[in-house]
Design a protein around this ligand. Structure first.
Ligand code: ZN
Length: 81
């Protein structure tokens, strides 16, 4: 049997604005399945939704999905011994 010693180091996680935001809208009309595709500019999927409803008037409800980035950093870079 072997023994292992694990040392745990505290980390923090924070929003990382430098990673940007990705936005995507999905049409929720049954059988449609279309989406704006992931876009770096949140305005682009909204414009897509407006055009989509213009083409298909019954398709007027969208699921919006926004993602951001997070960075994990070590809480104490110089642990005490
Ligand atoms: Zn649709």
């Amino acid at each position: 049997m072997s023994r292992a010693v694990y040392r745990y180091v505290a980390h923090t996680i924070q929003h990382a604005p430098e990673g940007g935001i990705t936005a995507e809208l999905f049409c929720t009309s049954i059988g449609c399945g279309e989406s704006s595709g992931p876009q770096g500019d949140p305005e682009t999927p909204q414009d897509w939704a407006l055009r989509h409803t213009g083409l298909y008037p019954g398709h007027n409800l969208f699921r919006r999905e926004y993602t951001d980035h997070a960075r994990v950093t070590r809480a104490d870079p110089t642990p005490a011994r």
